[in-house]
Structures are given as structure tokens and as C-alpha cells.
Ligand binder design. Sequence first.
Ligand SMILES: [Zn+2]
Length: 82
Amino acid sequence: MTCLPIRNPQSEIPMRCLICNREFEKSTSPALPFCSERCRTIDLGRWLGETYGFPVAPDPEADELPDEGDLSSGNGTKNKPL
Ligand SMILES: [Zn+2]
């Protein structure tokens, strides 16, 4: 993969998922502001305090997370305080 085609950069603004910290396109997500319904469910589980017992497997692609200390480039949307 070298040159990926760029399509409609105006409507394909990348967002960063609050859960798996992965960039995605708004138009491809069924569960904004998260990248997927799975992440939205995980977020809900965190709010319910069931982070460890929630029957949702983490995204396998989330293994390659960027440095957690490099969130300064975002818009302040870090993990929600509990
Ligand atoms: Zn996600």
C-alpha cells in the first residue's frame, strides 16, 4: 500500500476514538463519537463501573495504540473522569 486515494477530504474528517484511540472517518462510524458500536458499548460499561466484567472484547486492532502521552494533539477529549 503506497498511495491511498483521497476522497472528499472535506467530508472525510478523521476523528479519534475516545476508547481505542484510533482514527476513523465520521462517515464510516455508526456510533459517533466512537469508531464503532463496540467502543460505544465499552464507554457505557466504563460509566457503569463494569469495565472489568463487561462481556465486550477489546478491538484486536487496538493493539497498536499510539503513545498515550501524545494526546495533546487532540481536542481535549481524553478519558472521562470517573
Ligand atoms: Zn474505537
